[in-house]
Design a protein around this ligand. Structure first.
Ligand code: SAH
Length: 436
């Protein structure tokens, strides 16, 4: 394909590598992405990509790694691919400019307060990263200082100076990451100012978002993504819906108004806690959350004795970039929902999984890419898969635990977390591995 080039080139585009489609006209970016999805997903017509009217400054979550240049000056930005070398970034055309301004102030404060920046190679130093999250509707702003230790010297003066420069910051959190790891955030958060989370509104609901919870990074396009997913689900108000990989419960809560009941399942305990609070706050009484591996959970559901088995009509699945697993999809087939709405951020794993779904009795019937990540290679896609008939082969293969197995009852009892209940079994402390 002959890609048209524009003049608009970010000064660090070549070094940063974050925007692979720098210099490509936006309409050509959308066409390139549609072609990519069509290459990966077969057997269904791929709709033109839903693009943005203004495809700039859309990122509501910004990470900056902190370090020093050869002359010892404080710098912040992104790691050059596969290295610990920081490419300084001062202004980014896809990030929320408020986040860039806050990060610039922190660079100055680090210098003034003589805070040591962390060295990834030696493991010496204090400040590793800064993450800023902005809420597009409420305007709330969260700053997360990722430090190698829980102690920030001259903390109160630092906070005072930061808030004086940016009075719109609503919360500041110190996140402790003392491990030698490429993960940005550690597990421990200490609230330095405000609530320790931000709240935002999306599709008529209000959500609490904690530092470690996943939240879609492009709020404008998330609305369109969810609207597409819910339209594909064809809800009438009578359905039982499963929201697998539910994060803080956003898809499930958006669907809940049009369904009889929704069950959300998510591995990250921090996200499940947010989801429970969010359900209460939105007075969403027909949703229940489980803190479990989605595949394990569905296998247990499918193995329930017939008298107790919940009939699932629609499954939403929104897995991380690595896609789903055959065991998960076998468990979907065992539950035999009429419709599966697959939301994916990677067309390659989506294509692989759609092929598998075809083998186990589901046919893709609609496919809508949504551009959540302008100027990058990434593309989000919603695929509707509809059940074509009973497939006994799947049931035999899926290794489902026997119905009546006492493990089923015990496990569901242990893990159930509903709006009215605070019990959350945090068996696996794991963060969402999604790259965004
Ligand atoms: N649907 C949500 C979250 C999507 S991101 C939204 O739109 O915001 C994918 C989510 O899958 C993350 O929250 C991650 O923690 C969760 N996840 C990853 N592996 C999982 C697994 N094996 N079982 C359940 N959830 C998992």
């Amino acid at each position: 394909m002959n890609i048209e080039k524009t003049e608009q080139i970010c000064p660090v585009a070549g070094k940063c590598g974050g925007c692979q489609l720098q210099g490509v006209f936006y309409h050509a970016q959308l066409e390139k992405k549609r072609a990519l999805v069509a290459d990966c997903v077969h057997g269904v017509k791929v709709q033109p990509v839903l693009g943005m009217a203004d495809p700039m400054h859309y990122r509501n979550k910004v990470h900056a790694a902190f370090g020093r240049d050869k002359k010892g000056r404080v710098i912040s930005g992104v790691y050059a691919g596969g290295t610990h070398r920081i490419v300084p970034v001062e202004h980014c055309m896809i990030e929320d400019p408020r986040a860039d301004e806050i990060i610039a102030t922190i660079r100055d404060l680090v210098k003034d307060f003589k805070i040591k920046t962390y060295d990834e190679d030696t493991g010496y130093g204090l400040l590793r990263h800064v993450m800023v999250r902005t809420a597009s509707v409420t305007g709330e702003i969260m700053v997360v200082l990722v430090l190698s230790s829980p102690i920030l010297p001259a903390k109160n003066h630092f906070l005072k100076a930061l808030r004086a420069a940016h009075p719109h910051i609503t919360t500041v959190v110190l996140n402790v990451n003392d491990r030698h790891t490429s993960m940005v955030l550690g597990d421990r958060n200490i609230v330095l100012y405000g609530k320790g989370y931000i709240e935002d509104e999306l599709c008529g609901n209000r959500y609490r978002i904690s530092p470690n919870s996943f939240y879609q990074i492009n709020s404008v396009q998330t609305k369109r993504l969810y609207e597409t997913a819910i339209a594909y689900a064809g809800l009438t108000g009578n359905e039982t819906v499963l929201d697998a990989y539910c994060g803080i419960g956003t898809i499930g809560m958006t669907a809940a108004a049009q369904a009889a009941q929704v069950i959300g399942v998510e591995l990250n305990p921090s996200a499940v806690k947010d989801a429970i609070v969010n359900a209460r706050r939105n007075q969403c009484k027909n949703i229940t959350f489980y803190n479990e591996d989605a595949g394990d959970f569905m296998r247990l559901m499918a193995a329930a004795p017939p008298s107790e088995r919940v009939k699932v009509d629609v499954v939403f699945m929104d897995p991380p970039r690595s896609g789903s697993k055959e065991t998960f999809m076998d468990a979907v087939a065992a539950l035999a929902p009429r419709r599966v709405v697959y939301v994916s951020c990677d067309p390659h794993t989506l294509g692989r999984d759609v092929e598998y779904m075809k083998k186990i009795g589901y046919q893709p019937t609609r496919c809508q890419p949504v551009d959540m990540f302008p100027y990058t290679d990434d593309i989000e896609t919603v695929v509707l898969l509809e059940r074509t008939g009973q497939n006994n082969e799947t049931k035999r293969k899926s290794g489902i635990v026997q119905s009546g197995d006492s493990r089923y009852q015990k496990k569901l009892r242990d893990t159930r977390t509903a709006p009215g209940s605070r019990r959350t079994k945090t068996s696996q402390q794991r963060q969402g591995k999604r790259a965004h």
